[in-house]
Ligand binder design. Sequence first.
Ligand code: FES
Length: 138
Amino acid sequence: MAYSDKVIDHYSNPRNVGTLDKSKKNVGTGLVGAPECGDVMRLQIEVDETTNTITDAKFKTFGCGSAIASSSLATEWLKGKTVDEALAIDNMEIVEELALPPVKIHCSVLAEDAIKSAINDYRVKNGLPELEVAKSHH
Ligand code: FES
């Protein structure tokens, strides 16, 4: 299967690979796996609590090229967004931006799930109720 130029770009030069300090109260960690293929993605956000804005985002993905590209792109999009704006990121925006073929859509769902899981972790750590956000995998 042919990858798009944008996938190849993110795959060969992934942005924001790394780890944020989990012990910090303003860091949220999302860890999700795709049942379809067993790939795993960890995505973390650091939030400025006074402005509710994401100041940093990092990821580590053990998965296919599309999953790595999706999470790399997601971390780029997350920086500077408010938590509410981040919640609104839809996997189909990632599909569009990276020109993912249908068989690779679940790779982008993994990124959306990881974002929401990171936000929920941040919320729970800060005494906020967890949101019902998990997307169902097909
Ligand atoms: Fe499973 Fe891409 S093939 S995340």
